[in-house]
Design a protein. Structure first.
Length: 427
């Protein structure tokens, strides 16, 4: 029952700290002092853990002081691995976390990484930092592990303990100990990979596979729109076959699917291979928000609407439904495209934090009741609050007949919208 320090208390780190904190000593460490203060008050602003769940972790404490994690024997790093403005991996959070751990690393300690990276990154990027800062030698003074996170933000069904966990270690003893460690909390079981690289590769292709499948149906959506065919109707018809995969078109954002493939392609290019399929999928998905905005503007023009003087309401800003996470939200790309046409855009999202939205994107959130005289309504995120809205409620927001309704999540009955006078666009 070695003491554990979880480095990073976001969507990944906090649920992990809570589960371990039910049975052993755990220090949850985060450099964000406000985050630590909120957790010490029993509040998780990400909504991943309820107040009852936080309280159940009797052996978990939170801190932003490095002195409080010095006596841990196992360090689990769960910091973000984003991309920069030109889609290159940004390892600065991972490097900073490795330096922090390296300064307090002791002989016999284990450092486990959960952040998504390219195959080989733990040994190529993290280990040299740990060696330099600690003065210890890898696999002699300390060991490493890689166990990729599989958290699905906002999902209250497929939670941490119910998802099989991949584990790996830098040597056989470490691999066994790390597997036992996670087996103590993961009821779904574990899968012990043969090496760190295999575990790293497994994680990065999980999201790349989803990205490519979504890119395929996104491209179909563009084709079918030109053919005058409803994409959803086509997918439902094709779905009558038992082995048809039920992917739907949409904007691909967030901190995983829209980011992780770039880690894989970066490494592929480093070793002299120019990936074709993965990057093609990324190009399609990265363009879908702008494509949706342009398609809606085109319909507005066809309906005789003065676009430059129009108002458009966008419902939803987070990267997925029923989740407050706004990281890498592609709805922002949609809004920027509309603004490039001089459209006045009003945005509503009951899940997003208005201060965070203003800080990250310089966008103001309003309540739907403040939206009036709209020439178009775009439901960009399928929050439950929007799913419950009646067609008549959307009509009340609009200036009159001929308004465009962008049902980007295919939530509503198309004919009902048309009967209300809307020109309907769906991906």
């Amino acid at each position: 029952m070695k003491k554990i320090a979880i480095i990073g208390l976001g969507y990944v780190g906090l649920p992990l700290a809570v589960e371990f904190g039910k049975m052993r000593e755990v220090i949850g460490f985060d450099i964000n002092k406000t985050r630590v203060e909120k957790l010490n008050m029993g509040v998780d602003v990400t909504n991943e853990c309820s107040a009852d769940q936080l309280q159940a972790a009797k052996m978990l404490v939170y801190s932003s002081s490095i002195d409080d994690i010095k006596d841990a024997k196992i360090y689990i790093v769960t910091v973000p691995t984003p991309i920069d403005s030109v889609n290159r991996p940004d390892f600065s959070p991972l490097e900073a976390a490795s330096r922090t751990v390296g300064r307090i690393l002791k002989k016999g300690d284990i450092v486990i990484y959960e952040s998504t990276v390219f195959p080989g990154a733990t040994e190529e990027i993290c280990v040299p930092i740990l060696e330099k800062e600690s003065g210890l030698q890898f696999n002699e003074g300390f060991s490493c592990g890689y166990s990729p996170e599989r958290i699905n933000p906002g999902d209250k069904v497929n939670t941490l303990t119910k998802i099989k966990k991949i584990t790996s270690g830098s040597n056989p003893d470490a691999a066994d100990e790390i597997d036992r460690l996670y087996s103590s909390i993961i009821t779904a079981g574990t899968w012990k990979a043969s090496s760190l690289k295999v575990a790293e590769a497994a994680k990065v292709i999980e999201n790349s596979q989803r990205d490519l499948n979504i890119a395929f149906v996104n491209e179909l959506s563009v084709i079918f729109d030109r053919l005058g065919i409803d994409t959803l109707e086509v997918l439902e018809a094709a779905g009558s076959k038992w082995n048809f995969l039920p992917f739907r078109p949409g904007m691909v954002g967030g901190h995983c699917i829209g980011v992780d493939p770039y880690y894989l392609t970066h490494k592929a290019e480093e070793v002299g291979y120019s990936p074709q399929v993965v990057l093609a999928g990324r190009r399609i998905n990265d363009n879908m928000a702008r494509y949706a905005a342009k398609s809606i503007v085109k319909r507005m023009l066809q309906n005789g609407i003065d676009v430059a003087r129009s108002k458009v309401g966008v419902l939803g800003l987070t990267f997925k439904e029923n989740c407050p996470d706004i990281r890498n939200s592609k709805v922002v790309d949609l809004i920027r495209e509309l603004e490039s046409w001089n459209v006045t855009v009003s945005i509503s999202d009951p899940w997003a934090n208005s201060d965070e939205v203003m800080h990250e994107y310089a966008l103001k959130l309003v309540d739907t009741s403040q939206m009036q005289g709209l020439s178009a309504v775009i439901v960009a995120v399928g929050h439950d609050e929007f799913r419950k809205m009646e067609v008549s409620e959307f009509s009340e927001l609009c200036a009159g007949k001929g308004a465009v309704f962008g049902d980007l999540k295919s939530i509503y009955e198309k004919q009902s919208l048309r009967d209300a006078g809307f020109d309907v666009f769906r991906l």
